[in-house]
Design a protein around this ligand. Structure first.
Ligand SMILES: Nc1ncnc2c1ncn2[C@@H]1O[C@H](COP(=O)(O)OP(=O)(O)OP(=O)(O)O)[C@@H](O)[C@H]1O
Length: 251
């Protein structure tokens, strides 16, 4: 599904990502781990179109997407969350999900103004999808609350729902467990696995919580100082001496 070949990203004199390759097959959860500043978020920013990589190829379903703008990449079915939650805080919870779908579908302004039957039908579908996902992430009863007033763990779940209403093929989660308590992390674990099992979504995960990573990942890629250090199954990575020395030993 996703095939990243020798991805590089240079910021002036700093080579933040240096020849990183990874791939994700359908129905897989793949994690990218590594010490702080290793380049994980920069890889995400390149994949999701926030940065134009300075080298390498990104193939999504066989199509080259490196350098394409973020809205085009998300319309192809690759969507992401952010390390620091980015919701529309002044809007209600349900409005956040409606806006996500509008932006995704590139809704026609004129059709919206005169409310054509086709437009109404789409609006109804958007609302149904929003309600479905709010229920699915346990936020339905908070639908009319301002997003900014939700507890942190709830905002994180809303971010995932906001991705899911656009029906992605690949979901990229940047440190989704950061700031969550153990009970919330356990819920997150179950949610991510069910996205894969029940909705056939592939997941690319950046995460520092090693118990979560080891539990749900099919494969793991480790990067260190921008460079690929190792990749394999959780048990292969856990036993890799280089990984232990560079990261796991201190994690
Ligand atoms: N826009 C930018 N301009 C300049 N340097 C940047 C930029 N974005 C990231 N960097 C640098 O690239 C390197 C990799 O950063 P990145 O945020 O990708 O690491 P990370 O592995 O995600 O770290 P963390 O686990 O702390 O989130 C760092 O040295 C960072 O300072």
């Amino acid at each position: 599904m996703l095939d990243v070949q020798n991805l590089s990203m240079r910021f002036g004199g700093l080579l933040a990502v240096d020849q990183v390759s990874l791939d994700i097959q359908e129905h897989e959860i793949v994690s990218v781990i590594g010490p702080n500043g290793a380049g994980k978020t920069t890889v995400f920013n390149c994949l999701s179109g926030f940065y134009k990589p300075t080298g390498g190829k990104i193939l999504f379903e066989g199509r080259e997407v490196q350098g394409k703008p973020d809205y085009k990449i998300s319309r192809l079915g690759m969507v992401r969350t952010f390390q620091h939650v980015r919701l529309f805080n002044q809007m209600s919870v349900v409005e956040n999900l409606l806006v996500a779908q509008h932006r995704h579908l590139n809704t026609n302004l004129l059709a919206g103004l005169i409310k054509t039957p086709n437009y109404r039908e789409r609006e109804k579908k958007s609302l149904d999808r929003a309600a479905y996902w709010l229920d699915r992430v346990g936020l339905l009863e908070l639908a009319n609350r301002d997003a900014g007033n939700l507890a942190y763990g709830q905002q994180r779940r809303l971010e995932i729902a906001r991705c899911m209403v656009t029906e992605p093929k690949l979901l990229m989660l940047d440190e989704p467990a950061a700031g969550l308590n153990p009970a919330e992390t356990k819920e997150l674990n179950q949610l991510i696995v069910s996205l894969k099992e029940d909705y056939n979504v592939s997941v690319l995960l950046i995460e520092h919580d090693m118990s979560l990573v080891m539990d749900i990942s099919d494969r793991i890629t480790v990067i260190n100082q921008g460079r690929p250090l190792a990749s394999g199954t959780p048990s292969e990575v856990r036993q890799n001496d280089d990984v232990i020395k560079a990261y796991l030993g201190e994690a």
